[in-house]
Design a protein around this ligand. Structure first.
Ligand SMILES: Nc1ncnc2c1ncn2[C@@H]1O[C@H](COP(=O)(O)OP(=O)(O)OP(=O)(O)O)[C@@H](O)[C@H]1O
Length: 235
């Protein structure tokens, strides 16, 4: 059986600034291949904090279980095994950020090829076919700054899926596009991830748009200086 791309249980992450602290508790979250999960909540409820922990970009303060494709990432954090964590990220994760997050001095095609190289999975045919399906086949030689916002988010999806990751992490990927385009972008992300067998963990304040694109919604439950992701989470 394939290992789940992501499993979290009993994970706590705390952010401190000055005298204030914010604490996020994730009771249980498991994403199987092809799962589409949207974590929703108002501004400041901890969506980005959750994605940072899932992306292995932030060390949790506690973690009963933090696994990526069967690898014990909590143990890697405990050992300070930064190279191993970076290797997991490059091999298994793709990212779609609010404003694309593309390398500005590389063409769209080179951005996607770089993701393939970092994962050790160079595959120009897959890259070209994916670009066609995303409607940006003619834009591969363009620089990110010369694209419209919607085109840039399609390019970001291309870069995120080019190396066949097990998990795509998408943090407010439609926050800067027109609502009509937002629906298209989310639908493309969901459709292409499904076809590739990748799970998607999406953070968004736009729950209706996520549900319309086929995502299962898990609302963050905010408290005074904390938030909790309940354990319904099998998608
Ligand atoms: N750099 C930081 N240092 C300390 N606390 C922070 C920091 N960034 C965010 N926080 C606090 O952590 C909490 C969660 O922030 P987070 O960015 O995860 O929320 P979010 O739901 O992603 O918000 P938004 O939708 O506005 O991006 C917030 O209440 C915020 O005040």
């Amino acid at each position: 059986m394939t290992d789940a791309p992501l499993r979290l249980e009993g994970v706590v992450a705390t952010r401190r600034a000055g005298g204030a602290a914010f604490s996020l508790t994730i009771e249980a979250l498991r994403l199987d291949p092809g799962a589409l999960v949207a974590v929703t909540g108002a501004s400041g409820t901890g969506k980005s904090t959750l994605l940072d922990v899932a992306a292995l970009a932030r060390r949790p303060d506690e973690a009963m279980r933090l696994e990526v494709c069967g690898t014990d990432a909590a143990a890697l954090w405990s050992r300070g095994a930064k190279d191993a964590l970076a290797g997991l990220r490059a091999r298994h994760f793709g990212y779609v950020l609010q404003t694309g997050g593309l390398v500005p001095f590389l063409t769209v095609g080179a951005n996607a090829a770089l993701a393939q190289d970092l994962a050790g999975r160079r595959d120009p045919g897959h890259l070209a076919a994916l670009a066609e399906r995303l409607g940006i086949g003619a834009l591969l030689a363009r620089m990110p700054a010369t694209l419209s916002v919607g085109q840039r988010q399609r390019a970001a999806i291309l870069r995120a899926l080019a190396h066949r990751p097990a998990l795509v992490l998408a943090d407010e990927p439609t926050a800067s596009v027109h609502p009509d385009m937002a629906a298209t972008i989310l639908a493309l992300l969901a459709e292409q991830a499904r076809q590739a067998g990748a799970a998607v963990l999406l953070a968004t304040h736009d729950a209706p748009a996520a549900r319309a694109a086929g995502f299962v919604e898990i609302p963050l439950q905010p408290g005074a200086a904390s938030a909790r992701l309940p354990a319904l989470a099998e998608a």
